[in-house]
Write a protein that binds this ligand. Sequence first.
Ligand code: HEM
Length: 126
Amino acid sequence: MTETSFYDAVGGEETFRRLVHRFYEGVADDPLLRPLYPEPDLEGAEERLRGFLIQYWGGPKDYSEQRGHPRLRMRHMPFVIGEPERDAWLKHMRDAVDTLGLTEEQETRLWDYLVYAAHSLVNSPT
Ligand code: HEM
């Protein structure tokens, strides 16, 4: 019996492409978050977050081939992430998740992970 990954169940690459693209449209217009991103455009950041999420949910492992072990907490240390940044990040992610048309169960699973991950990356008192 083969087990379908969450990645396949929610529609594969296309779904993660839509999720992360929509998310960065929100970040692009966010006065709190946009200045944190070091590169002049958000394309590279979009590719890295998409690749990471695809890999995390059981899709192709391009992210680690290109970037190595994720070490997300370490990689976020250069950026000041307090509760306001975390909540802004989650707000754009929530908007993006809501556009996907997932089942309630899929949506809850994805959202619970994103909330947990965002809380774990706070590195600054507010
Ligand atoms: C990278 C901000 C939460 C995954 C980044 C970058 C910034 C950032 C400024 C650098 C952009 C770049 O790659 O050039 C934030 C803020 C968060 C947050 C403010 C709020 C809590 C998360 C969460 C995840 C995540 C929850 C995963 C579920 C990533 C990944 C990268 C990244 C995979 C690229 C790492 C690399 O390969 O260098 N983030 N992030 N971030 N973030 Fe976040």
